[in-house]
Write a protein that binds this ligand. Structure first.
Ligand SMILES: Cc1cc2nc3c(=O)[nH]c(=O)nc-3n(C[C@H](O)[C@H](O)[C@H](O)COP(=O)(O)O)c2cc1C
Length: 197
């Protein structure tokens, strides 16, 4: 696979939330806070197959003071599923089929979505775009009146095509500037979040 250059398109109350990830139990903290840049309340959602995007999402949520929601596949991805060199692997088959909608554990519907104005949606870049489980997630929820802000991690590809694909698939939804988060800079994240309308 050719990996191309990097640019981007575009008073707490804590609850403990246990989630299964490839057999390991992970404890994530759902933090309920008011966003610091303006009056818009934000939720950071993410799908992560091998932990890189999860780490980025947690840092974003921490920096901007947002709640966190993991998009957990009903069937977790194994290493074999993620083998992009294998034409028969689960990820290859899903990414070759634009209509594939991998199931999300518990349906992927965000409870209390009404309280959020901005929903960050994070994912690993797969084949230059967003994994189709992100489509499952977007279609499981009603984002009318909200701003969806994509972010991603990758092996080097940018997020541009993922942003364009999402906007083209969901033309009625408002998307904010997407950002590739292969490295995280606090001031940069704060500027990015403050620019969301
Ligand atoms: C099936 C598959 C396809 C991928 N396609 C790309 C790609 O097109 N460009 C790229 O830079 N990285 C690609 N990657 C690498 C991931 O985007 C990268 O490792 C990411 O940080 C993984 O995030 P995660 O740990 O949250 O799953 C791919 C990885 C997988 C498993």
């Amino acid at each position: 696979m050719v990996l191309t250059a990097l640019f981007s398109c575009g008073t707490a109350q804590n609850k403990e939330n246990k989630q299964e990830n490839n057999g390991a139990t992970e404890t994530t903290t759902v933090t309920e806070q008011t966003q610091n840049n303006n009056t818009m309340k934000a939720l950071v959602t993410y799908f992560s197959a091998s932990g890189v995007t999860r780490n980025a999402a947690k840092q974003v949520a921490d920096i901007i003071g947002a709640d966190l929601f993991e998009i957990t596949p009903e069937q977790l991805y194994t290493d074999a599923d993620l083998d992009w060199r294998d034409k028969q692997s689960r990820s290859t088959i899903e990414m070759n089929d634009k209509s594939s909608r991998p199931a999300i554990k518990d349906g992927g519907k965000v409870k209390n979505l009404d309280q959020y104005d901005v929903v960050y949606v994070g994912f690993p870049i797969w084949w230059y775009t967003a994994p189709t489980i992100i489509n499952t997630f977007i279609e499981a929820n009603d984002f009318t009146g909200k701003t969806i802000v994509p972010f991603a991690t990758s092996g080097g590809s940018n997020i541009k095509k993922a942003c364009e694909d999402l906007q083209a698939t969901y033309p009625d939804y408002k998307f904010g500037e997407g950002k590739l988060l292969n490295s995280i800079n606090k001031a940069d994240i704060e500027r990015w979040a403050a620019a969301v309308k």
